[in-house]
Design a protein around this ligand. Sequence first.
Ligand code: C2E
Ligand code: CA
Ligand code: CA
Length: 687
Amino acid sequence: MLVGSYDPALVLISLCVAILASYTALDLAGRIATAKGWPVLLWIGGGGVAMGIGVWSMHFIGMLAFSLPIPLGYDLDLTLLSLAIAMLSSGFALALVSQERLPFWQLLLGALAMGTGISCMHYLGMYAMLMQPGIEYDPLLFGLSLLIAVLASGAALWIAFRLRQNTPYVRLVRGGAALVMGVAIVGMHYTGMAAARFPDGSFCGAAPSGLGNDWLALLIIVVTLAVIGIALLTSVLDARLESRTALLSSSLAQANQELTQLALHDNLTRLPNRVLLEDRIEQLIGKVQRNGGNFALMFLDLDGFKPVNDAFGHHLGDLLLKEVARRLRDNLRSEDTVARIGGDEFVLLVELAEPEDAVTLASQQISLLAQPFQVAGQELRIAASIGIALYPGDGASQQELLRNADAAMYHAKGNGKNGYSFFEQSMNTNARNHLQLLHDLRAALARGEFVLHYQPKFAASGEPIGAEALLRWQHPQRGLLMPDTFIALAERTGLIIPIGDWVLDEACRQMRLWYLHGRESWRVAVNLSALQFCHAGLVDSVAAALERHQLPARCLTLEITETTAMRDADSSLEILGRLSGMGVDLSIDDFGTGYSSLLYLKRLPANELKIDRGFVRDLEQDSDDAAIVSAIVALGQALDLRIVAEGVETSGQQDFLTRLGCDSLQGFLLGRPIPAEQFLDCLSATA
Ligand code: C2E
Ligand code: CA
Ligand code: CA
């Protein structure tokens, strides 16, 4: 027997190559799993080549490490054939682990195929030495080497398959697996070598013509490392690219989520918006239909928000809304919904144990919002009106429930603000009436259905000094309508502009008649709504009306509410300045209900302050109101403004107001609003 020996350096290198090749193969298997389409084939092909060269060169370097006391060489054709077998079986193995699933039988088949492939490569490589008289193999070790090849292949396939997904520490785990695989491949090789017996007198048939030893070793190592290196590099770069793509797509997903959040929530308060609310109502309807139970839909509208917004500006208004949102949210359970669906409109969606619980909840919310708010250093007071629709009962769909809760809210507002109403079927009739009213209002002006009533104004001495023109609508079916039934509607639809022009014209016409009757010192007062005041044509309309009826401007008083005058301070000043420049008399109506700044009041070119009738009403009972009225009087005197008290109903009030120093009085006690034709007769009757 010839005794072989091993070069330890080359053995070590063969081990390294085996481990590196295994690592590359595992890495490529990972790429295959995440790739799609034709790149999969590319990865399998390239991976097969790299892995095949790796395994084969491990084997070959192992052969080179081995020497016998005779010269050795390798037949080129057979050697190349063994390389091809290595590549094919590697490619097959990679294709196998790139499957979606790897059932046991398939793993077994793969292990057998790959194990056989590696063994074929090994023993064909041995055969390439063309030993004469031939190599004898120890059957036990030979069998063991086959078993190792199959087992190692099975383990390798299984690991490669499990490692396909990029799990945490994947590189570390892959390194460990590559170590195991590398050792197994090397183990197979050296077991196979140990099985080989070279009888004495053997000689190597390939030695004279085949590949020689020395230069081959270097070449093979270099080429192998280059191929494996390139494969590994490509794989790593591609993984980078892919993880960048993954990052991009995850940030895209996040942006998408933020967009959805934006689309479903109100920007200011972060509460759900109408879209999300409607969806939640729909879901709750479904839930109640399946499991029973009740829920309430509460439509909540703030009272007194607009004046705050007008007086302090949008920024403060926004802060207030946020505070309101926070209070509402904090008072509810997390499964309840508070949504903001309009400027100062909120909707509460609450599951109830008993329908009666809605009462407690609604009054809770109302008293919650009635507490003063501290916003940006200001103490602000607002209130809320709530309309409640219950499910089941008050509507079958989310639209109907919302509509009915809205109708109930309007009802609550109509009943005096700061309260709640449950929906009743009759409210729907109201809504229909409302629509009809709007329809009629559009036609009213052309049909000449408006009339003015005049309420006299008196000096403190009791002498009449003019009248306030108050609009009435002679409705063909409903009779004489008061302004509170249609002014808000006219404002919302813009109809107030032509109607207001008509009032101006008609009041001037009437005043002209009185003027000609010798009442030259009288003034007629006309109310302006906020929308008219903002309208560009106001100053021209006033001038045209005065001109048309040849009326001195001092005979016309324009009444604007405090809130309107304070709304957009600079543009208000400009318009008021032009009107005052024409000589028109200006009055600040409902004074005391808004939030006037004293500084601003001083700059206003107004001539008169009209104390709101709310203060006059409780004058005798409420000492606060008396204090407020005397403060307003003092303020008016300081600013050189006339003070008018409206809503005087009792002689007690009359005395009080005269004593406090009001310049003029107006009220039911002294004269109710009446048509122009009765006006003069009425005055002389009371005088
Ligand atoms: P306002 O400007 O505060 O008008 C005074 C209101 O107080 C009138 O109600 C008048 O009838 C009522 N009033 C007068 N004396 C007394 C009293 O002693 N006791 C009580 N309880 N009320 C008294 P009216 O006519 O219903 O008008 C309501 C509001 O409608 C007016 O409030 C005004 O803001 C608006 N308005 C009336 N006419 C016009 C108009 O031509 N154009 C505009 N834009 N608004 C108008
Ligand atoms: Ca008025
Ligand atoms: Ca008033």
